[in-house]
Every structure is written in structure tokens, then in C-alpha cells.
Design a protein around this ligand. Structure first.
Ligand SMILES: [Zn+2]
Length: 239
């Protein structure tokens, strides 16, 4: 009888130890796993060509793939009004990315409707994925901070949107890069219409702008005001 009680007691001690250690280890392990999951979403690639400020081509397993950078939009080379700015953006990206090794991070959607990869481009392997890390080591953030791209929010790929909007505010306040040019900031429209759901800004004459329901519609006096709140410009009416 005495032996049985002793065995039972030992068993209880062992069970107690197992449950406490697993409880203590649970949170750090969970954290480590989420970091591993984040890291496995990272791909090291070589930048072989720069198409424009926000699009590059990279080598992955012997094939050459087009990559559209998430969360940003650069002026279009094909648009005569934007061409001067587009060339400056292209030069900026070329200088920093061409012929370099970088790390791509993916968000919810891996590809866009043109079959291009959608990615954040890290200049160093990301470590903490926090604001400091993004600010210091992510190209998408740096091009916004230096004023050569505007924030372009494209749900559901919004992992870093809040940082990007904050960085853009800093760029505008500092007159960084293209923000130094008034023409880049404003044009002569009297007001703009924004869709609070899609965060897209339109000219009042745009057919897409006119389709916005009254619940999602917001009016802005200036483009800067809307951009400061994270709106990006419509591809069709180009406000
Ligand atoms: Zn529009």
C-alpha cells in the first residue's frame, strides 16, 4: 500500500512538472512559430532589371519574373504629364536595387491579375518586422520616405499600410523628393471624391467616382489632404 501511494505521488509530481513547463514554454514557442511562419514567407532573389519605380524583374530558380512592389505607386512613364517624375522614380529604384540581392516578402495575394508577383522588397533579411525594421531595411518604405513613390493601398495586401501612410506624411512634411514640386502635389481641380472603403480618390467627373454610394463617399478640397489620410489616386481619371 505504501509503495502504491509513493508511485502515485511520483506520478503526480511528474504530471505537475509537465504541465507547468509546457505552460511556461507555450508563449515563447508560439512567438517563435509565428516568426518562423513570417520568415518562411521570405524569398532571396537577384534583381536583374528595373522596369520602372515600382516594378522590377528578378531571377528565381533560373527563371526571370516580374515583381510589382506592394503599397506604392510611382508616376507612369507612359503618361506625358508624369513622365519627368517617372524618370526620377526609375533612377531612384535603379540606383538602389539593380544587380543587388534582395529578400521578397509576400502578403495575402502572391500575384496580381497580370501574373506579376506582389512583394515587399527587403534590402536585408527582415528580423523583427516592426516599424524600425521596416523603416531601415525595406525598400518600399524607403522610396516613400524619400518621396519617389506615393502610397497605394491595395486590399487585402495591407500588412504595412499604417507605416506607409505615416512615412508618406513625413515625406510630404519634409518636401522630400518629388513632393518638393508643387505640380506633383496638386492640380487645378476644384475638389475630389474619395471612396472610404477602397481608399481611392477620383475627379468629380470620373465614372467610377460617380458610382460610389453616399455612405462611402467623402469630399476633399485638396489632393494632399486625401493623400495624408492614405488615399491613392484612381488609375482611370488620374486626379
Ligand atoms: Zn476615377
Amino acid at each position: 500500500m505504501k509503495l502504491k501511494i509513493k508511485t502515485l505521488f511520483r506520478l503526480l509530481v511528474v504530471l505537475f512538472l509537465i504541465s507547468t513547463t509546457s505552460f511556461i514554454l507555450y508563449y515563447p514557442i508560439k512567438l517563435i512559430y509565428s516568426r518562423i511562419a513570417e520568415r518562411s514567407n521570405i524569398l532571396k532573389v537577384f534583381v536583374s532589371y528595373v522596369v520602372d519605380g515600382d516594378t522590377i524583374r528578378v531571377d528565381i530558380n533560373k527563371s526571370n519574373v516580374s515583381v510589382r512592389l506592394i503599397g506604392i505607386d510611382c508616376p507612369e512613364l507612359s503618361d506625358p504629364r508624369e513622365q519627368v517624375y517617372a524618370e526620377e522614380s526609375l533612377e531612384y529604384t535603379k540606383k538602389r536595387l539593380l544587380n543587388k540581392e534582395v529578400w521578397l516578402e509576400f502578403d495575402v495575394q502572391r500575384k496580381d491579375r497580370y501574373g506579376r508577383l506582389l512583394a515587399y522588397v527587403w534590402l536585408k533579411p527582415p528580423n523583427r518586422f516592426n516599424e524600425e525594421d521596416v523603416r531601415k531595411n525595406m525598400f518600399n518604405a524607403q522610396i516613400i520616405l524619400d518621396g519617389y513613390a506615393k502610397v497605394y493601398t491595395y486590399p487585402p495586401n495591407v500588412k504595412y499600410t499604417d507605416f506607409f501612410v505615416k512615412f508618406q506624411r513625413e515625406a510630404i512634411e519634409n518636401n522630400a523628393g518629388l513632393w518638393n514640386d508643387d505640380l506633383f502635389k496638386e492640380d487645378t481641380s476644384s475638389y475630389y471624391i474619395g471612396n472610404i472603403k477602397s481608399k481611392v480618390l477620383h475627379r468629380p467627373t470620373c465614372k467610377w467616382g460617380q458610382k460610389i454610394s453616399k455612405y462611402n463617399r467623402v469630399k476633399f478640397k485638396t489632393k494632399t489632404e486625401a493623400i495624408l489620410q492614405g488615399f491613392s489616386t484612381c488609375r482611370e481619371c488620374k486626379p
